[in-house]
Design a protein around this ligand. Sequence first.
Ligand code: ZN
Length: 154
Amino acid sequence: MALRNIRVEGDPILRKRCREVEAVDDRLSILISDMIETMYDADGVGLAAPQVGILKRVVVIDVGEGPVIMINPEILETSGSQTGQEGCLSVPGKFGIVTRPMYVKAKAYDLDMNEIIVEGEELMARAICHEIAHLDGDLYIDHVEGELMDAVAD
Ligand code: ZN
C-alpha cells in the first residue's frame, strides 16, 4: 500500500464526472487500499477516488466504525435534515456549514462486486452524501451556508 497525493481545490480533476467501475481488478484493489491508507493518514472520515486523481466511482468512508468501501454508490433514500460543519481533505484548512439529510440509505458494490446496502445517520449520512457528490464533481463548498471559514490550526 502507498499514500496517494490528495488533489486540492482548483485542480480540474475534482470537477469531472467519474466513470462507473465495470470490474474489480488488481489495479482497483490497490487503489482502494491506498485510498483507505491515505484517508487515515490525513485524518479524514472519507475519500473519493477523484481526490487522488482517479476518475472512477469509488469512495471509502470511516466515521470511526471501520472502513466502508463503496463502488458505484447510489443514494436510494434520504430523510430529515441536519445543518452542521463540514470540511474536505481537498479544501485543506477550511470548513463551512452545510445542510445534509439526517438519514441516508445507499446502494453500492463491494470488492467482490456484490451489491451492498449502506445506511447511516448524522456523520455517516453526511459523509455518504459528501463522498458520492465528489463522483459528480460536486464539492461541499458549492453548498456552504454563509462564508467558508478558516479552521484553527492545532
Ligand atoms: Zn471531500
